[in-house]
Design a protein around this ligand. Structure first.
Ligand code: HGY
Ligand code: MN
Ligand code: MN
Ligand code: MN
Length: 396
């Protein structure tokens, strides 16, 4: 399976992936998913929001066990973030067949579209639309660098933009959702465990900072006469790191727009996006407020807009304990339970259906980078674990 998927959207120069939603690379990934489904005789369908579903058994029977993840990527992303969950889902179905384990509930593999939000700025757009966490009206406000809106991009990819929206009927068919994902951190590497189970997803969000200064000549404006937004931005980046580190949280300014973007002109505007995450919501609020205060200490106007926010997701209320027990049945070691600061479609689904996540060891912890990696034996351990979970949930 990997052989057909791996080359799609890969930059030979960096080894990273560029699979933005509703682009050619995304269409090729979607064709791959459809072919994998059909090759296994699974009923293939695409929902009103472009998410792909491959069914074993009759979806109308309800109480389905659904597993999967996403195939899109961040700019220059890694090979495993998302695809590992989809490939492992198909491989786990193959393993159930090899074991002769017959599901007594429908089982589905899902590919949620636009999980990274790399093109339109909002993560988990596909699962949010289906779960009613993103309205069609808000989706129409989301635009890419060329000013194309999310519905327009979907229309250009052959979807009906008037159809997008919540899909309660579909979610009512889902009894449980389990997402397998490469760990985006070092917990499993440090505990020497091939697989783990998620305890929670940290609360996290994205804030847009507009630093408004005064455009002027770089060669004639005295330092004391400047209202330089780049200076305020740079000081805020440093303050963000200090405040996050002091609070045991994370804060990253990872995207920047400068107007006018000239080498000999002091800019009038520096627009930057903050991604911040913390173990709990009060800490996250305190860190972001502190960063906002720091941004305003430089004598220029600063506007801050919260663009997205995902509250903490506690998997304790879902099938986590049952899954830990199912895994323990066939493993001589305790399977670790760990939190993650990374957002996932499972974090969106968890508000609507019983949800859990499995993690596969990432030897370096590096992710959202071409250096992201997972060893073959650990990927196999992930498939084994997912097959145990699917067998325990769907076949007994
Ligand atoms: O941003 C995230 O945490 C996820 O990779 N979408
Ligand atoms: Mn990601
Ligand atoms: Mn992911
Ligand atoms: Mn995910």
């Amino acid at each position: 399976m990997w052989a057909d998927l791996r080359p799609i959207g890969r930059d030979a120069r960096t080894g990273g992936y560029r699979r933005f939603a509703w682009t050619g690379a995304d269409a090729d990934c979607r064709a791959w998913f459809r072919d994998q489904a059909r090759a296994r005789g699974l009923a293939f369908e695409v929902d009103r929001n472009g998410n792909q579903w491959a069914w074993l058994g009759d979806p109308a029977a309800g109480d389905a066990v659904v597993t999967g993840s996403h195939l899109d990527s961040v700019p220059d992303g890694g090979a495993f973030d998302g695809p590992l969950g989809v490939v492992s889902a198909f491989a786990a179905l193959d393993e159930l067949a090899r074991r002769g384990a017959t599901p007594r509930r429908p089982v589905a593999v899902v590919n949620f579209g636009d999980e990274e939000g790399a093109r339109f700025g909002l993560a988990c757009a596909g699962s949010r639309l289906t779960a009613g966490r993103l309205t069609p009206e808000r989706a129409a406000e989301l635009r890419d660098a060329d000013g194309i809106s999310l519905p327009q991009a979907m229309e250009r990819a052959g979807y009906d933009p008037a159809a997008i929206g919540p899909d309660d009927e579909r979610l009512a068919r889902v009894g449980v959702f389990v997402e397998l994902h490469v760990e985006q951190g070092r917990f499993l590497a440090d505990t020497e465990s091939p697989v783990g189970v998620a305890s929670a997803i940290w609360p996290h969000g994205r804030w847009r900072f507009d630093f408004r200064g005064e455009a002027n000549h770089a060669g004639t404006t005295r330092v004391e006469d400047r209202r330089d937004p780049m200076l305020a931005y740079a000081a805020t980046v440093l303050a963000a790191r200090e405040r996050a580190a002091a609070a045991g949280a994370l804060a990253t300014f990872g995207k920047l727009a400068v107007e006018p973007n000239g080498v000999n002109a002091i800019p009038s505007l520096v627009r930057a996006w903050l991604d911040s995450r913390a173990p709990d919501e009060p800490t996250l609020a305190e860190v972001v407020e502190g960063i906002e205060r720091a941004a305003r200490e430089h004598g220029i106007d600063v506007d801050v807009t919260r663009e997205s926010f995902t509250p903490v997701v506690e998997f304790a209320h879902g099938p986590r304990e049952e899954i830990v027990r199912l895994l323990a049945e066939r493993r001589p070691y305790d399977v670790p339970v760990l939190p993650t600061g990374a957002g996932h479609d499972a974090g969106i689904l968890a508000a609507r259906v019983p949800t859990a996540m499995l993690f596969v060891r990432n030897p370096t912890g590096v992710s959202h980078s071409p250096a992201e990696h997972a060893r073959e034996d650990d990927c196999a351990a992930g498939v084994e674990a997912l097959a145990d979970v699917l067998e325990g949930l769907a076949c007994r």
